[in-house]
Design a protein around this ligand. Sequence first.
Ligand SMILES: *Cc1c(COP(=O)(O)O)cnc(C)c1O
Length: 361
Amino acid sequence: MIPVAKPYLPSREKVDSYIDSIYHTHWLTNNGPLVQKLTQRLADHLGLDANCLVLVANGSLALHLAYKALELKGDVLTTPFSFIATASTLKWEGLNPVFVDIDKDTWNIDPNPMEQSITPDTSAIVPVHVFGNPCDVEAIQLIADKHNLKTVYDASHCFGATLNGESVLKQGDASTISFHATKLFHTVEGGAVITKTKELADKIRTKINFGIDGPDSIGMLGTNAKMSEFHAAVGLAVLDDIERIQTQRQDIWEQYAEALAPKYQLQKRHPAANNNYAYFPILLKDEQVVIDVVAKLAESGVQARRYFYPSLNSLVMFEDGCEASVSSDIASRIVCLPIWPELQSAEVKEVYKLVVGVVGS
Ligand SMILES: *Cc1c(COP(=O)(O)O)cnc(C)c1O
């Protein structure tokens, strides 16, 4: 069986060495030494200011906290082509997701039709850098400034992704990332909020600990979104191996690309961005071909996933959702192929041969 994603597990010895320190300090959670160490090491690795980086329990809570801390209200423009958490967290916060269609080539939210959806009730834009491909952040920022809107980027796929040589996590009033087990870098469950200002990060640090801001003081509404020391221990051990993880992913990505491009349509990447090789999505001719490819791979024990299907504007919980014909079309035609560090060249070859067998070359 070849899964679409296989969580990376660092060596037991390495994880144990970090966990030994927890047994020494008995500090299990509440911004312990390992969470502090991971915060600093991630900031150094990604070129971020540690004061503006807050580790949290998962990527969905990172979104909740960003929306809450920025005091979003009313309507929020977002993309229908994403993982459900981008929009469900908005709804859960009592906000109204307004879907703006995507660009047919980059698969990111399209800034062109965006202004038509802005009303006096709009408070923010929540774009997603889909598959680690940065959005047109300049166009989005111009619109946000013109209409006095906040921007929160769901950068869940963006570990190591850069724009003009800088981490794409620096974009917007806040960016969020997921460190779920299947993501490029993980802490089993985990995530982070990266803020433009230290003030906003401090507010989020208080909110993840129930709003407690002093020994006998609860100064604001909060929740429990803290990362534990055990999760940070796994994160530190994964981070120790991150260069090898990235090289292996790149190698697999390039093998697929060589075999499948240019006959197959791949995502159009932002010209000033790198590639973090987080996913390998291909766009096929129509939905039937996708169904055939997924079935053929499954017969051979290979899992391919239809990320992100269905287009979020079509879901029942967003029943007043908007038309998004490009997203509905793209979502019906994309399939992501297996990519994870230890996938062997022979397996990569088996996968793309099966795809070519169905689709043709
Ligand atoms: C994974 C993911 C999330 C959710 O992150 P969790 O850590 O699983 O809660 C949110 N948005 C996108 C785009 C994702 O891919």
